[in-house]
Design a binder for this molecule. Structure first.
Ligand code: FES
Length: 249
């Protein structure tokens, strides 16, 4: 992980204060902790400050949170510089793109996504594009490996990407109309591509006998395929558990 430092002084705003709405939220957040433990709200307050500042955390915001929580500035600075969720330099106005660079995503083509970042945004991560609209960084696994490769933008993930579909995602943000989050191919969430591949036998969903009708006997899987076999193997009687071993009592 790269050394994490505050943005240079010429990029830092001269002051910071929470908006009235965020201030009320922050005070409520602090009240969740018992007296003397208000410092526990430090991460949630820093996160709200980052959201208010357009996606990054200026030094003045860190200092304001320290003052609210009665903490030494250096303690809050330690938190802000430790957790990579806090971005310490200005990010793109329209989107800061987090590209997963962990093994499953790389095996499924994340290198192509990085090339798109290089030519569409900037050669280097954490640099804002020439028009100021976009920035990017490489991150570790974001927990959507089954839909690799993927990116996270704000609160949304875009999955099953190719270079072409990733460019479309960026185009969407540029125009102010990003595509629907989730898989960018014909796939329902993380279900198999092309539709279901298991539990497709219609007999599994046959009408259950109504009350009073005799239950179908249990049949083995092979027998279920024979003509006249039971309609639903799940309706087999449940075997009774073995009697308890009294010698262990
Ligand atoms: S490896 Fe990319 S989301 Fe897990």
């Amino acid at each position: 992980m790269a050394v994490r430092r505050l943005a240079p002084e010429h990029l830092q705003p001269k002051e910071f204060s929470f908006t009235a709405e965020n201030l009320a939220w922050a005070q409520n957040e602090i009240k969740k902790y018992p007296p003397g433990r208000q410092q526990s709200a430090v991460i949630s307050l820093l996160w709200r400050a980052q959201e208010q500042c357009g996606g990054w955390l200026p030094q003045k915001a860190i200092e304001a949170v320290a003052a609210m929580l009665g903490m030494a500035k250096i303690r809050v600075l330690e938190v802000a510089t430790f957790y990579t969720m806090f971005l310490l330099s200005p990010v793109g106005r329209k989107a800061h793109i987090q590209v997963c660079g962990t093994t499953p995503c790389v095996l499924r083509g994340a290198e192509e996504l990085f090339k798109v970042c290089h030519h569409r945004i900037h050669e280097e991560p954490f640099h804002v594009s020439a028009d100021g609209d976009f920035s990017w960084e490489e991150v570790e696994c974001l927990g959507a490996c089954v839909n690799a490769p993927m990116v996270l933008i704000g609160h949304d993930t875009f999955e099953d990407l190719t270079a072409e579909t990733f460019e479309k995602v960026i185009d969407g943000y540029a125009k102010g109309s990003p595509p629907k989050p989730g898989p960018q191919i014909d796939r329902h969430f993380s279900a198999p591509v092309g539709g279901p591949t298991t539990l497709t036998d219609p007999s599994l969903y046959a009408k259950k006998p109504s009350a009073g009708e005799p239950q179908q006997p249990a049949v083995a899987d092979d027998d279920a395929k024979k003509p006249g076999a039971a309609a639903n193997v799940h309706e087999a009687p449940i075997p009774k558990p073995p009697a308890a071993d009294s010698s262990r009592a």
